[in-house]
Design a protein around this ligand. Structure first.
Ligand code: ADP
Ligand code: MG
Length: 623
């Protein structure tokens, strides 16, 4: 045995920051320290059980994994002990002396940027262990890794103020004990019933027994009893599980303070048996939109009740990354690795089943509980849209779940489904029309909508950034084409076509004049079938990118081809009459350019020369 002297080390600067934030912001939820410590203890038991598959002697002499919670009214301590995998000295330093998780780092960056401390967010970032310091002014950790001898125990101790002490100690048993020396005013946690009720509230469905000493004269007695349910919730029959059970399991699984919005629990029996319990949260976790893709947590793979790994990526496609839950398979080999999982046929079937369950659940919500569905859609609608491109096999089902604003809808609120739209289609209409823009206001005010409004044809208004990209993969729904009202030539029916031809003929002189005046600012000038009130608008060719999108991409530093726009005009408008009649060449040029400028502005394009635009406008106003 090599004995090293106790040493004092400094926390990483960031740990000190996290500690400060956590202790100051978790105050109203301080009791969650217990949930976090139990969750770590449970993880440690899971890890040991997993390691023992390949290495059964790790469990030697102590095969029943459990978690013990006890209190000492005289020493004023609360202790959470587990006989799980334990930590080596290096692991203690790496896991609780530094910020190992990049999620915590991101949390920290986000927090210091906004100086907003929200307990809900902290819970989701797994700053778990540090929550000890909300109630304790000193924390002692004693740990011995399961594969190490008694002499290789580690003692870690800190007051959470910047430094910790490390020493090598003799520990008879494997696993970890976390001893909280409570702050002066935290006596409530020295009561047996308080600890019990917290365990039942937050940790009832931890799959290992959580034991507490029976109380005797206000003190912990010698006899221990199990205080949680200690069974795998998902393995019970549905009719034995209450909604409360489901919700409390969700909270410990998802580290969420809020209830889940909905869940689906089912068991498949047969040549390949498995159980899925999948939840949809009420609110997006903080990092869902912040590129939190690389470390998606919350979907756990078990094989016959043995936790194998966090496997969200293997079990669900990216566009369903908001789902939390458990998959327990009966027939996968216990020694699976991530690499094996990625090419496993059985897992592919389980994955397809998970997708189906989630889509079934969403369809059910949409049909039976529209308010809940609206909550879901607000939180995750844009994430779901990624599925249109990502999951061809389920494209139609996903499209069915999408909701949009519309010229016949409820303002900017996104409530109109493609099915609603089709039901309301006019006789003879065979196209689902939409427009994209970068805001609701810009969409609903687009001049391209005028002819549709005049004819009473509904147009879907799309203004989320992802829409344009999504539409690239959604050309058709229920046998109907989806088309952008700003694209292509637009005679709506035979009568329109005739009228259009006549109007074009009559307007030949003004079109010719505009072409000359605008020169190479445009690729084409033509009479519009889209306009009734406005003088001009832009029309896009079928494969052209919407101008607002081109602007966004350019702003983000992308190279976007510079297509010359097609200008469409409304020859009935007084402004066009003026262009036609204007004898002064300079004035006519100003008017012509202004027609193009306004069309570009309403399409959300970037004016190539804003100063020239302002000067033109001023010249015309002054006369
Ligand atoms: P998280 O649980 O999200 O990883 P925590 O702050 O709760 O974050 O814990 C940090 C790390 O410390 C854990 O990932 C684990 O490696 C280690 N750890 C904490 N508690 C225990 C324990 N009881 N047994 C073994 N390792 C532990
Ligand atoms: Mg934890």
């Amino acid at each position: 045995m090599t004995n090293t002297a106790p040493e004092t080390r400094k926390f990483e600067a960031e740990v000190a920051q996290v500690l400060h934030l956590v202790t100051h912001s978790l105050y109203s939820h301080k009791e969650i320290f217990l949930r976090e410590l139990i969750s770590n203890a449970s993880d440690a038991c899971d890890k040991l059980r997993f390691e023992s598959i390949a290495n059964p002697e790790l469990l030697a002499g102590d095969g029943e994994l459990h978690i013990d919670v006890s209190w000492d009214p005289e020493a004023r301590t609360v202790t959470v002990r587990d006989n799980g995998v334990g930590m080596s000295r290096e692991e203690v330093v790496a896991n609780i002396g530094t910020i190992a998780s990049s999620g915590t780092r991101r949390f920290l960056e986000a927090m210091s940027a906004e100086q907003k401390t929200d307990a809900r967010l902290i819970g989701q970032f797994g700053v778990g262990f540090y929550s000890s310091f909300v109630v304790a002014d000193r924390v002692t950790v004693l740990s011995r890794r399961a594969d190490q001898p008694a002499g290789e125990g580690v003692k870690w101790e800190s007051d959470g103020k910047g430094e910790y002490q490390l020493a090598q100690v003799e520990l008879a048993e494997r696993g970890t004990a976390v001893i909280l020396h409570l702050k002066a005013d935290e006596d409530e946690f020295l009561k047996s019933w308080e600890l019990r009720s917290l365990i039942r509230k937050y940790s009832d469905h931890v799959a290992f027994p959580i034991r507490m000493p029976k109380e005797q004269d206000g003190k912990p007695g010698a006899e221990w009893e199990t205080v949680n349910d200690a069974s795998a919730l998902w393995a019970k029959p549905r009719n034995e599980i209450s909604d409360e059970d489901y919700q409390s399991f969700y909270k410990s699984l998802g580290h969420d303070f809020n209830d889940a919005l909905a869940w689906t629990h089912s068991r498949v029996e047969g040549s390949q048996s498995f159980t899925t319990l999948l939840y949809i949260p009420e609110q997006p976790p903080f990092d869902l939109m912040m590129g939190g893709r690389d470390e998606r947590k919350g979907l756990k793979l078990y094989i016959k009740r043995v936790f194998i790994m966090d496997a969200a990526e293997e079990l669900l496609p990216n566009y369903l990354r908001f789902v939390r839950g458990v998959v327990d398979a009966d027939d996968l080999p216990l020694n699976v690795s991530r690499e094996i999982l990625q090419h496993n046929r059985q897992l592919e079937r389980i994955r397809a089943a998970c997708i189906k369950r989630v889509l079934d659940l969403l369809e059910k919500l949409a049909r039976d509980e529209p308010e809940k569905f609206a909550t879901f859609y607000k939180a995750f609608g844009n994430t779901l849209k990624e599925g249109i491109a990502e999951d061809q096999a389920n494209r139609e089902r996903i499209a069915k779940l999408l909701r949009f604003a519309s010229t016949k809808g409820d303002g900017a609120v996104q409530t109109v489904s493609l099915d609603d739209y089709i039901l309301r289609m006019a006789v003879g209409q065979d196209t689902i029309w939409y427009i994209t823009a970068d805001s609701y206001t810009a969409a609903v005010g687009s001049p391209q909508l005028e002819a549709f409004k005049a004819k009473g044809i509904e147009v879907l208004l799309m203004f989320d950034r992802i829409d344009e990209w999504m539409l690239g993969s959604l050309n058709e729904y229920a046998g109907k084409k989806l088309k952008n009202v700003a694209k292509g030539e637009l005679p709506l029916d035979e009568a329109d076509k005739k009228q259009q031809e006549a109007a074009s003929k009559a307007a030949e002189p003004v079109v010719k004049k505009l072409k000359e005046l605008l020169g190479d600012r445009v690729s084409e000038v033509r009479v519009s079938a889209r306009l009734t009130d406005s003088p001009s608008c832009l029309a896009l060719s079928d494969y052209e990118m919407a101008p607002h999108l081109a602007r966004l991409l350019r702003e983000a530093g992308h190279d976007v081809p510079d297509n010359k726009p097609t200008l469409e005009i409304n020859p009935q408008h007084p402004l066009l009459k003026r262009v036609e009649a204007e004898g002064d060449a300079a004035k006519a040029a100003d008017l012509a350019n202004l027609l193009l400028d306004q069309a570009e502005i309403s399409a959300g394009a970037q004016l190539p020369d804003p100063a020239a635009f302002v000067q033109r406008l001023n010249r015309l106003i002054v006369g």
